[in-house]
Design a protein around this ligand. Sequence first.
Ligand SMILES: [Zn+2]
Ligand SMILES: [Zn+2]
Length: 308
Amino acid sequence: MNDKMEIPVDIPLDDNGFIGRECLECERYFKLKPGTGLPTKHCHCPYCDYEGDGNTFWTKAQIEYAQSVALNQVINKYLQPSFDKLNKTFKDLERKSRNSLIKFKFKVSNEKLELPIKYYNEKELETYIVCDSCGLEFAVYGVFARCPDCAELNAFLIYDKSLDITEKKLFIFLKPEIPNDIRMDSYKFILFDCISAFDGLGKELRKKVQNIFPERPKNIFQNLNALDDCTGNIISNSHSNYQFIFKMFQVRHIYEHNMGVIDEDFIKKLDGYSDKLGMRYNLSEDEIKIFIQGMRELGLIIKKYLKP
Ligand SMILES: [Zn+2]
Ligand SMILES: [Zn+2]
């Protein structure tokens, strides 16, 4: 027998066709669907910067399973025949000694040499993603991740998904059976949702894309003018409705901190509201709809800015 032998073992997919993966470096778990994405054997960890051959991403459970399957094959191929032979020798001895003075009696409790196979289940994960760049289907803990195939950040995809959900929420609030005051009140939450999705996008981009956004102001993705300044005014120059979304950011501010009542700061930043000081800003259905579209456009502008 060679001292090295190779035994191929198939690693099963889960019910949805995904295979578990574990990073060698950060040891975190994710899943991907073989057959989708790029035709590559290379893999990027969605969480950390480790990348390497796909063969370095086996999970501990998969390795233990493969070892137990392989070991049983070795037993079947090499040890079982010797065991059977030994068994036969003992049985012959027993038969031959049947009429002798000294009798041999053998009892074999297990005719087959077998080790237990270490079965396992792939884990359930929190976010399932289809990479919008290469089509790979994968799943991760948390929300933000890089695509294991093409290493594209999913931050913009997640941002878009959040806006989709916000749009669905709006659709529900617009149903005729919803009382008017509840509907009107929901608009501010739609506003909050959109801006916090954008802020989440910004936080992730700051982490993953170095040296693009300044350290201060800290919440630059909540401060449209500061963001516009640091991107060389690309937003104000290319957004089709910049003044409007800028205004909506200020409206969110007074809703967050001043019950929606127009304050000095609001008047200072926006023309045409000086006679409205102390009055409540009433959001309309149209404004909210236009705002969601404006936020989508804003995301696209930032994406293009980072990767022209
Ligand atoms: Zn990792
Ligand atoms: Zn991809």
